[in-house]
Design a protein around this ligand. Structure first.
Ligand SMILES: Cc1cc2nc3c(=O)[nH]c(=O)nc-3n(C[C@H](O)[C@H](O)[C@H](O)COP(=O)(O)O)c2cc1C
Length: 490
């Protein structure tokens, strides 16, 4: 069988939602074949990460806006436990009322709660912790030791004491979302990246993301199961990491047997082909500067919040829906929510429904000057919900967002691989929106489902100016009685 060959434009075009594409779709959920959201590498030593690691107390908004915290962790196990507990662990559960079944929710959000992202990490010279290659097991907050030593495993700059490799298992997502699932895998990686980077910052260290790496070599170096695709490497640096001299011993491999996630794995050739296309790395074409502009509304200083990072990340949830009426949010709260100018390829368009001092309408955010530009006047509640595939929460929120990705500029600089980077950024911004909203006593929900070209028509933008890659909504949540703070592994 000849394998399919496509580029990002074909993939993106063919996975757009429209009334016609939804009518045509014959995709049905095969519940009996639903993939397990937990990957385990069986038959390897499993190391405990200490329970109840220290809580990062620095205010979440401070962590988002720059200053780091500190960690009292004195050894490698406590450091890793704190890092993962506040970035990737189980933090709640949700009840299915009709069956009584409870399923796990995690610190990092995920489209459809299907969690295609896996966290692998290499440690070198962490105090009282064996050097090696590990896979995080969120179901029991433990580390599967896949290799001991690992000094010759080439990951990162060779000096970082901890290097993460985030992988995607696309099948987990495609089971529900079909070909569009690759987009969601990339957005989820963006969320996971920022979840990890912010937890690291709250603990006083910095995370450096590495996007361009030879995928095949990394997959081989980490002996990843075939269904796991390396997407992003993240090095941690900083003098709050408890370190010792790295071991010089040779690597001992345990590897482990990857658990089978479902009875049958259905192939999605379009996703496979798109992933192949994004493996090629363009040799150093400089990225053109993002277009700049100004708006007539200057954002005020951010509203304050003293809510601690640890509490905010563990209580963060996606809102089921929002209270569709008063109160409004203040402009200072909106200023605290909007990210500063630290991303390359995404511009935020806001559907303002209830923000004090702003008339309802569509606004474009210009982060360099902290300004908003009114581009369309009038009530946007029906439009925001309708464009989000009829999801009421986008109309009931105080503010909803379309993230417009400059896919063309990313492709000029990075080829098809640029498609990944735009979605990583959108997911990362989404993670920041979630945490800022939560810190201010509000709630957010990421929205991966939207009528792509209808959004472009609504804003009057051409594909050359950007294409929608993610929606978001923020407001006052309605209570979700299905969520509980506890989860017991079965
Ligand atoms: C990329 C992405 C897309 C999502 N799309 C939607 C959506 O279209 N509608 C919705 O109600 N929730 C959406 N969500 C929210 C997820 O359903 C939610 O994160 C998941 O159920 C886990 O719940 P939690 O966020 O409370 O941990 C999305 C989340 C992500 C990360």
């Amino acid at each position: 069988m000849r394998s399919l060959s496509i580029g990002w434009r074909d993939y993106h075009e063919s996975t757009k939602h429209s009334l016609e594409s939804l009518r045509r779709s014959s995709h049905a959920l095969d519940w009996a074949n639903m993939p397990d959201p937990f990957r385990h590498y069986e038959g390897v030593p499993v190391l405990d990460l200490p329970a109840d690691p220290p809580v990062p107390e620095t205010a979440a908004l401070d962590v988002l806006q720059g200053p780091g915290g500190a960690t009292p962790a004195i050894d490698g196990a406590t450091f890793l436990s704190q890092l993962l507990f506040y970035s990737a662990s189980i933090s709640a559960s949700k009840l299915v009322p009709s069956t009584g079944y409870r399923y796990a929710l995690r610190v990092n959000p995920s489209s459809g709660n299907l969690h295609p992202t896996e966290f692998h990490f290499l440690t070198r010279g962490l105090k009282d912790w064996p050097d090696g290659l590990y896979h995080y097991r969120p179901s029991s907050h433990m580390a599967e030791q896949r290799a001991l030593g690992g000094s010759e495993i080439e990951l990162g700059d060779g000096a970082a004491p901890v290097v993460f490799v985030l992988t995607s298992i696309a099948w987990r997502e495609a089971w529900k979302y079909g070909d569009r699932a690759y987009r969601y895998c990339l957005l989820d990686i963006g969320h996971a990246w920022q979840s990890l980077a912010l937890a690291a910052r709250a603990m006083g260290c910095e995370a450096r993301a590495i996007h361009a790496f030879p995928d095949g070599q990394i997959a081989q170096a980490g002996r990843l199961n075939d269904d796991e695709w390396p997407m992003l490497a993240i090095e941690l640096h900083g003098n709050t990491i408890p370190v010792r001299k790295p071991d010089a011993c040779e690597t001992v491999w345990y590897g482990g047997e990857a658990n089978q996630l479902s009875k049958e794995t259905i192939a999605y050739p379009r996703i496979q082909a798109m992933h192949e296309a994004t493996k090629l790395i363009y040799p150093g074409v400089p990225t053109q500067a993002a277009p700049s502009g100004r708006g007539e509304i200057q954002l005020p200083p951010s509203a304050p919040s003293s809510a601690g990072f640890g509490t905010v990340v563990r209580t963060r949830r996606s809102a089921l829906d929002f209270v569709g009426g008063p109160p409004s949010i203040s402009l200072a709260q909106l200023a605290a929510i909007l990210p500063a100018s630290c991303f390359d390829f995404i511009q935020l368009y806001l559907y303002v429904h209830r923000v004090e001092g702003l008339e309802p309408g569509v606004y474009r955010h210009w982060p360099d000057h902290a300004e908003l530009e009114l581009i369309k006047k009038g009530d946007q509640r029906v439009a925001a919900a309708g464009l989000s595939l009829g999801q009421f929460l986008a109309g009931n929120a105080c503010v909803a967002f379309s993230m417009i990705g400059d896919l063309e500029r990313a492709a000029r600089a990075h080829g098809d691989r640029g498609y990944r980077y735009v979605h990583f950024e959108a997911g990362a911004i989404g993670q920041r929106l979630y945490l800022a909203a939560e810190a201010l006593g509000l709630r957010a929900t990421g929205i991966g489902a939207f009528y792509d070209d209808e959004v472009h028509r609504h804003f009057g933008i051409s594909p050359e100016q950007g294409q929608v890659v993610y929606h978001f909504a923020i407001g006052y949540p309605v209570p979700d009685l299905r969520v509980s703070a506890s989860y017991a592994e079965k």
